[in-house]
Design a binder for this molecule. Structure first.
Ligand code: FAD
Length: 416
């Protein structure tokens, strides 16, 4: 019997874009290899909940091999791609070489510190499970240290938590941190005066949530202030030594905690490909998501630079990555059938961010919501988007418990 060799599609990255591409190609006449640095898919939008001791990492991460157990045309490999030869059509990973007929690069992004090396070294970030758990350990340690500190200035700095970046991640983190202090730590440390605890949100521009409409920006400010988050707009920091933040205007803030959420750029591998890049290192692609000069290579998600109809770069969002994944999977199948490829158009499903208990802002179907209704939409959507029935159920129970008992479950300081 003659067996025909199927075209080999290599997908690098098992994030939102990579997973969706692989799933969309499940019935296509191709053999797929999915390669990812970790053996799990990470639901990054809930990383901040790991950092504030609300969820454990396994509730927001899911093993890739389990996701694809039933997909017969897919093989998973855990590994890191270190170089790509676009002419010879192979990648190098873990010392071995993998050839491809079609390559989908969905390598995502990483934190952008804009060259502020001291902030990178002494601050915290939310990009991986490791960074979120080390943030959690640090936060919890600050309360322990403050509880035995007798110098009031040092205690104040230990209890000053600075979040940099007024985008959705910064806003969500600041709101959740403020609630951790008010609802949870105040009960764990009854002997400490936690009115000394401060959460500061620093934003370099004149607005939080710049991508959101004016009414939701205002609602966000109001909701944050209601949770005692101090918002410092038009404030830029220049240095951080782990204890003191130096501001561009010469001022300073003493704080043992700085969480940087002010920038994202494309993953480091994109700098080593020798391909045209735009701001943040994102790879410039054709409207079909193909790499110019290399029609067999697609770049999607945070790693890709694509403009919308108004010439604005598409945001680095899971929804963009998933829609591009669908388009790339369709275009690969069109190539196989000899059809004309379709350009990618992003359909904006709306915006959504939570600011803690009962509080969120949302823009859906052209309507703005804030407060409890937006928060309910946020809860339902995030439960729905998590992978795995067990994860959904456990997260739902966790959130319900936190909601009714004002408690965060995961207050363990673990060794790193
Ligand atoms: C804290 C946080 C909160 C967020 N909140 C939201 C939100 O509320 N809503 C929203 O829409 N978006 C949100 N985002 C953005 C969203 O997570 C990203 O836009 C989305 O993950 C991009 O998908 P992707 O497939 O491009 O990359 P990713 O999901 O980042 O996946 C990339 C994968 O590639 C792997 N990889 C990278 N380099 C290599 C290599 N060289 N070799 C092998 N594997 C590699 C990575 O390990 C990773 O698994 C948030 C992001 C963060 C960090």
């Amino acid at each position: 019997m003659k067996t025909e060799k199927l075209p080999h599609v290599l997908i690098v990255g098992a994030g939102f874009g990579g997973l969706e591409t692989a799933q969309r190609l499940r019935n296509a006449p191709v053999q797929i290899t999915l390669l990812n640095r970790q053996n799990y898919h990470l639901f990054q939008p809930l990383l901040y909940q790991v950092a504030i001791a609300g969820l454990v990492p396994s509730q927001i991460a899911y093993p890739v091999r389990t996701i694809f157990r039933k997909q017969k045309n897919l093989t998973f490999q855990m590994g890191e791609v270190t170089s790509i030869d676009f002419e010879a059509r192979y990648i190098r990973s873990n010392g071995s070489v993998i050839a491809y007929d079609y390559l989908v690069l969905a390598v995502g992004g990483q934190t952008n510190f804009f060259g502020l090396g001291a902030v990178e070294e002494n601050g915290f970030q939310l990009k991986s499970i490791e960074s979120a758990t080390s943030t959690r350990n640090h936060l919890l340690r600050m309360f322990e240290r403050a509880s035995r500190e007798i110098d009031p200035d040092i205690r104040k700095a230990l209890l000053t938590f600075v979040v940099v970046g007024g985008g959705p991640t910064g806003v969500e983190t600041a709101g959740a941190l403020a609630e951790l202090i008010t609802h949870v730590m105040s009960k764990d440390y009854p002997q400490m005066d936690l009115s000394e605890g401060r959460v500061l949100l620093i934003e370099a521009t004149g607005n939080v949530m710049v991508a959101y409409p004016e009414e939701l920006r205002k609602a966000t400010m109001k909701l944050l202030e209601g949770k005692n988050v101090q918002i410092l707009l038009n404030t830029r920091l220049t240095d951080y030594n782990g204890r003191r933040i130096t501001l561009a205007d010469g001022g300073y803030i003493d704080a043992f905690t700085l969480i940087w959420t002010a920038g994202v750029r494309s993953a480091e591998i994109t700098d080593r490909l020798g391909v045209p890049q735009a701001a943040g290192g994102r790879v410039r692609v054709e409207s079909t998501l193909q790499l110019p000069q290399h029609p067999d290579v697609f770049v999607i998600g945070d790693a890709a630079y694509v403009e919308d109809e108004k010439g604005q770069p598409l945001p680095m969002l899971a929804t963009v990555a998933q829609q591009q994944a669908k388009a790339a999977a369709r275009n690969i199948q069109k190539i196989l059938r000899g059809e004309t490829l379709e350009p990618f158009h992003y359909k904006d499903p709306g915006l959504l961010a939570t600011i803690g208990r009962n509080a969120a802002v949302a823009r859906i179907w052209g309507l703005s919501f804030s407060g409890f209704i937006a928060w309910m939409i946020w809860v339902v959507l995030h439960i729905f988007r998590l992978i795995g029935f067990r994860n959904r159920l456990v997260v739902l129970i966790n959130w319900a418990w936190d909601y009714f008992f004002y408690d965060n479950q995961v207050r363990l300081i673990t060794r790193e």
